[in-house]
Design a protein around this ligand. Structure first.
Ligand code: SF4
Length: 462
């Protein structure tokens, strides 16, 4: 039987839909499928040596950086296998992947193309390759095949403020996005399109994860409210089927502000918190990123989610070529005023703007003068801030954030260090944090982030 190995370098500590869905397509067509999640397992040398085709899943920057470390090892273990990379970050990194021996690169809705490639391998075509495919056409999703993946108890969990935890499942109700934020990696692939996973498929996928022990589902859609009618159908159907199940989803600030009634519906169907890419509280930076919201909208979104009984988990890109140290400190102050300190892991306060190949940031007048030439190792265009003190501050915050993650430091304590660091960078004595900077919130036990550089321990593990 033709053997296909699907490999995930990293998926934020969650069991990857991006392996389970193609596994179903390949299994249905009679292929022997082996899945390997490098966040949990070592490379399976025997399975790779026996594989006829190996496909590695690249949904984000961190995963792609890890993949570039591991691909030479895969090639050495499986010199005769057809090698493919797929997912959001595959097409924009096609050149570098080719250098590492990858024959086929697939972006967008990848399942039919993975299947087509496997069929060619089975037909005995000599070293078939599809080249670079970026296809966002609608596909007929099937219920993902999760059996070949590690069990859910080996993945991240949901940690509740009372100290209990819940096994976490991971589902996707859509892919792509209808928005065109300039810094977003979804945009070069989907260019304003999104594709929905049918409600019955989402419910069946969640049902199998509930049967495996999941008590909370994290939705990985780039934006859960891109198609509000679809999203509300999914939410209601899940709540009808599993009234005790809770979930979280990512929703952009613009949608929270536009659809406060939908936010209430989400809260009433088991949603515990919304993750939202706030990125900045500087309206000039938000305009450059074409985020579609303002700092004032962020405040409105905090009020709307709280009124609905939900937590808001904001994410940020605090370091950009336009960041000032005063602006960075203002962000920290705003988080204390909005009582969000417990809602933000330290890594979020260290993120540096990533400029991948194909980035729409180059639409900004003069942006090309801010960046250096593409760096094949970091898989992006390096940039240096015009004020070296900002880059120095970012490096210090990143060190603090990595140490906080290693020690599993409470968020308030990590924030306090960052708070001191930002004040000291301006030559000021750091004032004491107010007592009430927010309440502990439900959170995933894996705090890392899709645009963060992998840590040395992540790289060492592969
Ligand atoms: S709304 Fe989110 S997913 Fe959509 S383009 Fe903007 S940043 Fe990307």
């Amino acid at each position: 039987m033709t053997q296909v190995a699907l490999i995930s370098p990293y998926e934020l500590g969650r069991q990857p839909f991006g392996l389970a869905e193609p596994a179903r397509w390949l299994d249905d067509a009679g292929f022997h499928v082996r899945c390997c999640d490098l966040a949990i397992e070592r490379l399976p040398a025997d399975a790779l040596a026996a594989a006829d085709m190996i496909a590695i899943y690249l949904p984000m920057h961190t995963a792609t950086r890890i993949a570039f470390e591991v691909l030479p090892k895969i090639r050495a273990l499986a010199p005769r296998a057809v090698l493919c990379a797929y997912g959001l970050y595959a097409p924009v990194n096609a050149r570098g992947l080719a250098r590492l021996g990858v024959d086929t690169v697939i972006g967008g809705e990848y399942e039919p193309h993975l299947l087509a490639l496997a069929e060619r391998v089975r037909a005995g075509e000599p070293r078939p390759a599809l080249g670079v495919v970026n296809d966002t056409s609608r596909i007929a999703f099937r219920t993902p095949l999760r059996d070949p993946l590690p069990s859910l108890d080996r993945y991240a969990g949901l940690m509740m403020p009372d100290g209990t935890s819940r096994p976490l499942g991971f589902a996707e109700a859509s892919r792509g996005c209808k928005h065109l934020c300039r810094h977003c990696p979804v945009v070069p692939v989907y260019e304003g399109r999104f594709r929905v996973v049918p409600v019955d498929v989402v419910v069946a996928d969640v049902a199998q994860q509930v049967a495996m022990g999941a008590r909370h589902i994290s939705f990985g859609d780039p934006d859960f409210l891109n198609g509000p009618t679809h999203a509300l159908r999914v939410a209601r159907a899940l709540h009808d089927a599993f009234p005790q199940l809770t979930y979280d989803a990512t929703v952009k600030i613009e949608h929270i502000v536009r659809y406060p009634g939908h936010v209430e519906t989400l809260a009433g169907t088991g949603c515990l918190f919304l993750i939202s890419a706030v990125e900045s509280i500087d309206d000039r930076i938000l305009a450059r990123l074409a985020k579609g919201h303002t700092a004032r909208d962020f405040e409105r979104a905090v009020a709307i989610t709280r009124a609905a009984g939900l937590h808001l988990t904001p994410t940020f890109v605090p370091f950009t070529p336009w960041t000032t140290i005063e602006g960075y400190r203002a962000l920290l102050e705003r988080l204390t005023e909005l009582r969000l300190v417990e809602s933000v892991p330290a890594v979020q306060l260290s993120i540096r703007l990533l400029v991948p190949a194909g980035s729409h940031l180059f639409e900004i007048d003069g942006f090309e003068r801010l960046v250096e030439t593409f760096d094949d190792d970091m898989l992006g265009y390096p940039w240096r801030h015009p004020d070296p003190a900002v880059d120095a501050l970012q490096a210090r915050i990143q060190t603090l954030a990595e140490a906080a993650a290693d020690r599993a430091e409470p968020r308030r304590a990590a924030f306090e260090r960052i708070w001191s660091c930002a004040h000291e960078a301006l030559g000021d004595e750091p004032p004491a944090l107010p007592d009430d900077v927010g309440v502990p919130v439900p959170m995933h036990s894996e705090p890392w982030y899709c645009c963060a550089e992998p840590t040395s321990s992540q790289l060492a593990a592969v």
